[in-house]
Design a protein around this ligand. Structure first.
Ligand SMILES: [Zn+2]
Length: 154
């Protein structure tokens, strides 16, 4: 996969779904793609996805004990796996989900672009990470990384 591919895929998705406002409505995005979101209590894992038996429909499962921002990122991250890796990513070893660091990095990049789209953020010229977090409904930690990527110091 090309280094920019995850970002390009996220941008395409925003465009295809005609999303123009922040924060990006992750429930709406998943609905539009026919993907269901299920909230469940889980330990040591933020989220994962499964496919139905016919391998036609995805279900994203998100931990409900973490904050809303983290849930949003998890949904976007799992969606990244589905969109970028066509679901061929998580495999279960004795109940543990194992995934490669490269695929994880791709999914994070996709999630970052989807939740904090460059094209939207650019319009502001400059934003403090706190502002990015607020506008995009992401964690401050995630926003700090994004601000750096945008060349906005830090
Ligand atoms: Zn992952």
């Amino acid at each position: 996969m090309q280094p920019m591919q995850p970002r390009i895929e996220a941008r395409k998705l925003l465009q295809n779904l005609n999303i123009r406002n922040l924060p990006v409505n992750m429930t709406g995005v998943c609905n539009a793609l026919g993907i269901d979101i299920f909230y469940d209590s889980m330990v040591g894992l933020d989220g994962y996805f499964i496919q139905n038996q016919e391998k036609r429909k995805y279900l994203i499962i998100v931990g409900d004990s973490v904050g809303l921002c983290r849930q949003r990122f998890s949904i976007a991250h799992e969606l990244g796996h589905i969109r970028l890796h066509h679901g061929r990513v998580g495999f279960s070893v004795a109940g543990k989900v194992t995934r490669s660091p490269q695929l994880e990095a791709n999914a994070n990049m996709f999630a970052s672009e989807l939740l904090m789209p460059k094209i939207f953020l650019q319009r502001f010229g400059y934003l403090e990470p706190e502002k990015i977090a607020d506008i995009c409904q992401v964690s401050l930690e995630t926003a700090v990384i994004r601000a750096r990527e945008m060349g906005w110091g830090g």
